[in-house]
Design a protein around this ligand. Sequence first.
Ligand SMILES: Nc1ncnc2c1ncn2[C@@H]1O[C@H](COP(=O)(O)OP(=O)(O)OP(=O)(O)O)[C@@H](O)[C@H]1O
Ligand SMILES: [Mg+2]
Length: 326
Amino acid sequence: MTTTTSHSPAIAAKGLRKAYGDKTVLDGIDLAVPAGTVFSLLGPNGAGKTTAVKILSTLITADAGDLHVGGHDLATDPQAVRAAIGVTGQFSAVDRLITGEENMLLMADLHHLSRSEGRRTTAELLERFDLVEAAKKPASTYSGGMSRRLDIAMTLVGNPRIIFLDEPTTGLDPRSRHNMWGIIRELVSGGVTVFLTTQYLEEADELADRIAVLNDGKIAAEGSAGELKRLIPGGHVRLRFSDPAVYQSAAVALREVTRDDEALALQIPSDGSQRELRAILDWLDSAGIEADELTVHTPDLDDVFFALTGTANVPNQTTQPKETVR
Ligand SMILES: Nc1ncnc2c1ncn2[C@@H]1O[C@H](COP(=O)(O)OP(=O)(O)OP(=O)(O)O)[C@@H](O)[C@H]1O
Ligand SMILES: [Mg+2]
């Protein structure tokens, strides 16, 4: 069996292309995901995230591209890729007619685990995913979140080194979502590589080492959450006052600021750098203004997403409320 050297990425794509009829979904995409990291693919509905996951996990074939997963060439050695990966699709692989435990044992069989090994792994994963109580009940009786957890537990049965998670936390409540994040972090600290698509920008921000934003068949931007946020404007310093009279005089004195009369808050555009902060503080001092609270805001990933994925898919960008312009 070929193994990856520490230098070659766990997942690598060059010039990945896929079209359905005359609709080009992926228009020559390059990706490189280092082993033991989380890579998150973001993009609006229909951008091609699931298509990318399906191609890289051998479920469908690309039209073109030099693609390697786990060091194996997808075009010539899909079997080896299949053995190295686990996939949780956007739509469930759970058989709803049998119990959660039976679903797990079935996966263990598919991975050729021995009976005892299969039972051990199943018990361990059911515990980890908080499914012990539900284990003997038919999956058809599970809530959406429970099925989702079972689905991901099933993905982990074969102890894959590379996992593809297509919207793993869609439909989960906040506690289950945080649990899932914990599990993903644990996997990564054990050296697993995670390729994650999500609609929750907060999730990408929380988990991903690198994030790529897919739009119009291309990668519109790629980088760490911090790098992406620095690409777009939206940072500001917010001054809050408790005394309306002090607020009024500050608003008059500062002029070029955005007012929020209800919250008694003023916003001054800023890139968040030390230099700009010092200039703002000096300016406030010289104007004799003393705010009760001063906070620095950097753009969040929602801002990045709206800026990069353009207006083509969003009829009216201004209808999307952003925290930074409240
Ligand atoms: N089997 C198929 N036949 C034809 N078109 C398809 C097929 N599968 C996907 N598409 C089209 O490819 C495009 C990308 O779909 P894909 O499911 O990859 O998007 P996505 O980014 O995962 O979207 P979502 O956020 O809604 O899950 C869409 O326009 C979709 O209609
Ligand atoms: Mg999808």
